[in-house]
Design a protein. Structure first.
Length: 164
């Protein structure tokens, strides 16, 4: 009875295999527009993700800006040995890990809690003002924000605090 059940399972598995009836060249020729569109993100990935990897060799060289990356002397793991043998190594690693954890803890739940709190506000004008103040730095450069704050809070402007 097990042999009878096994036979249909093997047939179903064989049917699940996709067989391309057209050769690769023909499929490429038929869908060249899609492959052209795919080429754009591939090039961007290579340029911006793999291109900077060339500069990683600075960690293994005695880098001098006047000589460039390839002109600087190769020192191998010398800088890593110096770092890991320094008395501050443990403290620096601990501080880096703690800063990363604090950043993760602050940047993940706080915006969600803030969004939920703003959603519960009944005063729509206050809600809009708070949203504008919080989101403005993401859309306007820091220098413009500082200039606006300076103008708004200066004694000579109409929007600033009253003289006296």
């Amino acid at each position: 009875m097990n042999k009878l059940r096994a036979a249909p399972a093997k047939a179903a598995a064989a049917d699940a295999v996709i067989v391309h009836r057209k050769p690769l060249k023909q499929r490429l020729a038929e869908n060249w527009q899609l492959y052209l569109l795919l080429l754009i993100p591939v090039i961007i990935t290579i340029v911006y993700k793999y291109g900077p990897m060339y500069g990683i060799q600075i960690a293994f060289r005695d880098f001098k800006a006047s000589r460039g990356i390839t002109g600087s002397e190769w020192v191998g793991l010398e800088w890593f040995e110096e770092f890991f043998s320094s008395p501050n190594c443990g403290r620096m690693i601990k501080n880096t890990v703690l800063l990363s954890l604090y950043s993760l803890l602050w940047s993940f739940p706080v915006p969600i809690i803030l969004a939920l709190a703003l959603n519960q506000l009944r005063f729509h004008k206050l809600k809009r003002v708070v949203q504008t103040v919080l989101y403005a730095p993401h859309f306007i450069s820091t220098m413009i924000i500082c200039g606006m704050l300076r103008i708004f809070l200066s004694r000579g402007s109409a929007a600033g605090p009253p003289d006296g």
